[in-house]
Design a binder for this molecule. Structure first.
Ligand SMILES: [Fe+2]
Length: 240
């Protein structure tokens, strides 16, 4: 099983802040081709992405790849950060970490909605990375519950990312900012097939296209049982 850990700085379990090279971040192909750096101006080709708006309010948009090419662009970015090394003693894996999906999050307003991305069922074998690409002065940050159950605020900073795994209870800060801020998000973790179902259940509503721990793609836009909690696997193979 994955290893649980505690973080003194954040006073939280299974979460840590990492440094990300800003020059590298702005040079990533997926970033350069999607937003004008230093602004929230989108320049991406909409056909290559799917935008979903969660139901809890605000104008939050999850913009994710809807095909293998766009996924591979996120993957290149993901692999350049070396999270494999950072989490080598935490995430159980056979060959290496798997990126399940990459996203851009765009929002200027949100309501409070505490949740866990990953439950204890996944045994700290799946993580989320959030890092800002563009922030308004009055940007909304991240609220989380510390180990005593107190509500804390984590402030996003360009060049810093937050990684969190199982049982990290969090919410976007509620409020209304002047304009949209943009975050880059990776959801990733173990490559062990025994977690296929759990990962799919955790992410099933966030994107119609994702890669399972064992490397197979799920494309719910191509399946009829689009909204059912049934693990469906398309027949094409993933380039490994
Ligand atoms: Fe979340």
């Amino acid at each position: 099983m994955g290893k649980y850990f505690s973080n003194k700085k954040l006073k939280a379990n299974n979460a840590l802040e990492v440094d990300l090279d800003v020059d590298k971040l702005k040079d990533l192909e997926i970033v350069k081709s999607s937003f004008l750096w230093g602004t929230n101006q989108a320049i991406f080709v909409p056909e290559k992405f799917t935008s979903l708006k969660p139901s809890w309010g605000g104008d939050m948009e999850w913009i994710s790849s809807n095909n293998m090419n766009t996924y591979n662009s996120f993957l290149k970015a993901f692999e350049s950060f070396g999270f494999d090394q950072i989490l080598k003693d935490v995430i159980e894996r056979e060959n290496g970490l798997r990126l399940y999906a990459g996203f851009f999050l765009r929002r200027s307003s949100s309501k409070k909605s505490f949740h866990k991305d990953w439950t204890s069922k996944l045994k700290n074998n799946a993580f989320t990375l959030l890092t800002p690409l563009y922030q308004e002065e009055d940007a909304l940050h991240l609220l989380y519950e510390d180990i005593d159950g107190n509500e804390c605020k984590y402030k996003y900073k360009i060049g810093k990312g937050i990684l969190f795994g199982s049982d990290f209870v969090h919410s976007t800060e509620p409020g209304q900012s002047n304009n949209c801020s943009i975050l880059l998000c990776f959801q990733f973790g173990t490559d062990l097939s025994q977690y296929n179902q759990g990962i799919w259940e955790a992410m099933g509503t966030q994107t119609p296209f994702m890669i399972l721990p064992d490397g197979r793609p799920i494309d719910r836009s191509k399946t009829k049982k689009h909204n059912e909690k049934v693990l469906e696997i398309t027949t094409y193979t993933v380039p490994m």
